[in-house]
Design a protein around this ligand. Sequence first.
Ligand SMILES: Nc1ncnc2c1ncn2[C@@H]1O[C@H](COP(=O)(O)OP(=O)(O)OP(=O)(O)O)[C@@H](O)[C@H]1O
Length: 256
Amino acid sequence: MAHADDPILRVEALAKHFGGVAAVDEVSAELWPGETVALIGPNGAGKTTFYNMVSGRMTPSAGRILFKGRDIAGMPPHRIARLGISRSFQITNVFGEMSVRENVQVALVSHRRKSLHLFRVLGWDRMLREEADTILGRLGLAEMAEARAETLSYGDKRLLELAIVLAIEPELVLLDEPTAGMTPEETRKVVALLNELRRDRPYTFFITEHDMSVVFGLADRVLVMHRGRLLSQGTPDQVSADPNVRAAYLGDAETK
Ligand SMILES: Nc1ncnc2c1ncn2[C@@H]1O[C@H](COP(=O)(O)OP(=O)(O)OP(=O)(O)O)[C@@H](O)[C@H]1O
């Protein structure tokens, strides 16, 4: 596929060693603006390690991670977040005591320092409230705006986490197993919502996911890792038809 833009993320020969184990072994890959890419692979393939390096939780042993051309390898998570990469779902950043709306407002205030001047001119409260309610409305949480966050169901709490991520307006959104622990109904809702969000705005999503229905429902492209290496990449149909991918998953299942 030809791309007019530069990649939003380019990983070059990325590696992470734990003692003698190469958890990630010279992986090179690219993410293009506006696409949703799923990172999959059997247990122990290196997905979490790969992801942790992109979000700054782990420092690579070697290689580069270029976000919009700038090497972010080894930067602390808060700096990476400030540059425009936001990670959701594994780190819970919901304040239980506060209302659903307040949680989104806090995210708006803390991550939109640039527009605070505008908020001040037009009236803080009203602007923040309206923005927060718009985001909550997009995620189907409008009716729960006044509820204390801790009273939400598990699925709704995760939607609130997504609302917080959207308030931050990241250019690249990392979603750790966005549907883990959800009922099939909640899973369908999240997949539909994420697809709706992408129709409104060209978000770039980089997701890890074990649920193949979610991968097929969301991903434009799939990266398959196995034993620290990039085994295959392509559309969901292409990778699921790849004999190497089938063998990797089968081999993994047989050794259990
Ligand atoms: N902190 C660590 N210290 C030592 N070894 C580690 C550490 N983190 C991961 N590993 C090893 O690196 C390899 C890749 O692990 P990783 O958690 O990245 O895989 P994964 O694809 O996310 O697996 P899963 O799907 O089971 O979560 C595994 O062999 C694991 O045991």
